[in-house]
Design a protein around this ligand. Structure first.
Ligand code: RIB
Length: 301
C-alpha cells in the first residue's frame, strides 16, 4: 500500500469573486455581471487538490469566529480532509480574497485575517502532525517565520517539503537550502533568485530545487544545470484562479506515490489543466478517475 500522508500548512480564505468586462479605474464605478462566494486560500486549495486525488490530508490553518470560518471548515471536512488542527480565532475575521475576473485573467487582493495567527508556536504545537506526514506542503499566505519553523521540523526528521513561494516575498537563503522543492512561477522565481546572496555555483545548486510553473505552457525544471521544459495540455480555460494550487496538490500526491520528478510534473500539469475548466479555485480540481478519463480522451495513456 502506497503511503500518501500529506500535511498542508497554510491559508484558508473565502474567495469573493466578481466577473466584469471592465476593471474600474481609481474613482470610477462600473457594473459587473456576476458575483460568487467560493472556498479558496492557497493552503486550502492545495489541500483539496491532494484530497481529491486520494491522499490522506491534514490541514493546519486558522479561521475566524465568523460564518465564513464555519462554512470553510465544514467544506474542508466534507472534502475528506482532517480539520482537527484548524484553529478558530476569537474576534478575528476569516481570511478573504477579493477576486476580479476580467478577460480570462484575474486580479486578487487578500486580507489575511485569521491566517496571520498561524504563529511558529502554533506550528510547534502541531509538530506531531508534521512528523506523522510523508510530505508537508506550504505557501506564503501565513507568516514566513511559521513556514520556516515547519520546514525546520520536517527537515530534522527527513520529511519531504514543498514550498510554493506565493504570494512572493523574499526568502532567507537558509529556508531555500532546507526545503526539498520550491514551486515558483516565472515571475516569483526571478524575484526570488535576485534576492538571494550566494556564489553563482550556490545559486545554480539551489535552482535545481525549483519547479517553475509557466501557466498554459507547463513547467520548467533544472537538471544537472540544464533547463528541461515539461509542457502542459491546452484546454479551454474558464478561470485560472488556483491553477498553481492544483499543480502543487498534484505534485505532492505524485511525489508521495514515489514518482520521479519529471513524471510527477507531467501528472501535476494535467491536474492543473483540468482545474481551470470550471469557475472557482477548487471547483475544477479532478479526482484520480477524472485524470484517467482526461488522459483517455486526449489519447495520452
Ligand atoms: O491561488 C489562488 C488563491 O489565492 C485564491 O483561492 C485566493 O484565496 C488567494 O489566496
Amino acid at each position: 500500500m502506497i503511503s500518501r500522508k500529506i500535511t498542508v500548512i497554510g491559508s484558508i480564505n473565502m474567495d469573493l469573486v466578481t466577473s466584469t468586462n471592465q476593471i474600474p479605474k481609481v474613482g470610477e464605478t462600473v457594473l459587473g455581471h456576476s458575483f460568487h462566494t467560493i472556498p479558496g486560500g492557497k493552503g486550502a486549495n492545495q489541500a483539496v487538490a491532494a484530497a481529491r486525488l486520494g491522499a490522506d490530508v491534514t490541514m493546519i490553518g486558522a479561521v475566524g469566529d465568523d460564518s465564513f470560518g464555519e462554512m470553510l471548515v465544514d467544506h474542508l471536512t466534507n472534502q475528506g480532509i482532517s480539520t482537527e488542527n484548524i484553529m478558530k480565532v476569537k474576534d478575528t475575521s476569516t481570511g478573504i480574497a477579493s477576486i476580479t475576473l476580467s478577460d480570462g485573467d484575474n486580479s486578487i487582493i487578500v486580507v489575511s485575517g485569521a491566517n496571520n495567527h498561524i504563529t511558529p508556536a502554533v506550528i510547534g504545537k502541531n509538530a506531531d502532525k508534521i512528523l506523522n506526514s510523508d510530505l508537508v506542503l506550504l505557501q506564503l499566505e501565513i507568516p514566513l517565520e511559521s513556514v520556516i519553523r515547519a520546514v525546520e521540523i520536517a527537515k530534522k526528521h527527513g520529511i519531504l517539503t514543498i514550498v510554493n513561494p506565493a504570494p512572493f516575498q523574499r526568502l532567507p537563503k537558509e529556508l531555500v537550502e532546507m526545503v526539498d522543492y520550491l514551486t515558483p512561477n516565472e515571475h516569483e522565481q526571478a524575484l526570488l533568485f535576485a534576492s538571494i546572496d550566494g556564489t553563482e555555483q550556490e545559486l545554480e545548486e539551489l535552482k535545481e530545487k525549483c519547479i517553475v510553473t509557466k501557466g498554459s505552457q507547463g513547467v520548467m525544471i533544472y537538471k544537472n544545470g540544464c533547463e528541461l521544459e515539461i509542457p502542459s495540455i491546452k484546454v479551454e480555460a474558464v478561470d485560472t484562479t488556483g491553477a498553481g494550487d492544483s499543480f502543487n496538490g498534484g505534485l505532492a500526491v505524485a511525489l508521495c506515490e514515489g514518482s520521479e520528478i519529471e513524471e510527477a510534473c507531467r501528472f501535476a500539469n494535467i491536474v492543473g489543466a483540468i482545474s481551470v475548466t470550471k469557475l472557482g479555485a477548487q471547483s475544477g480540481m479532478p479526482t484520480k478517475q477524472e485524470v484517467k478519463e482526461f488522459l483517455q480522451l486526449h489519447k495520452m495513456e
